[in-house]
Design a protein around this ligand. Sequence first.
Ligand code: SF4
Ligand code: SF4
Ligand code: SF4
Length: 195
Amino acid sequence: MRIKDIDAVLPQTQCQECGYAACLPYAEAIARGEADIAQCAPGGVETLEALAKLMGVDATPYRQEVQQRYRPPSVAVIDEAYCIGCLKCITACPVEAIVGSAKMMHTVLPDVCTGCELCLLPCPTDCISMMAVSSEKKIPASAARRHYGAKKERLQKMSDAKKVSIPDSIKAQRDYIESARLRVLAKKSTPNASG
Ligand code: SF4
Ligand code: SF4
Ligand code: SF4
């Protein structure tokens, strides 16, 4: 079974409730036969049935458990009166659904928020809460997948830039100091170096 086909039926909430870092790694684990089909709480029975069909397995033994763990769609809301602009929620958000800068209040973009709840725990002032939304208001999986990919790509570019520029500048600094030290040593060891 192709990973892409499995990922296509996952809700793309990117909430990590399945025990994997995002929807795609869960899809990969199912494809490898390492994960069962009942681990996606936001997907509910709909996702369970779709996975069962794809993988050619019976969903019946999982149905009750999945129904119990189902988490209906929601979006995060920030109580701006208590927001201290610490940026922790922005770091935790898998899809860039939060806007704001350091020491300024932050706001959630409801059209981008997947309802993953990953911003709740890191918030030091407990000013983020979840608000239920109807299924129609829930972000489509295709858009959530795109937003997740865009953030991942941006973080990767930032990390690549650091790998290139920071070590390079440190190396250049070290090289300069070393060459200066060698010049001084060479000067000292040369007779009549000072004239
Ligand atoms: S929506 Fe959450 S639980 Fe479901 S596959 Fe994606 S990351 Fe895992
Ligand atoms: S704002 Fe919070 S709940 Fe919404 S996607 Fe970002 S981390 Fe998840
Ligand atoms: S984590 Fe909480 S306090 Fe910090 S910026 Fe986000 S909403 Fe504001």
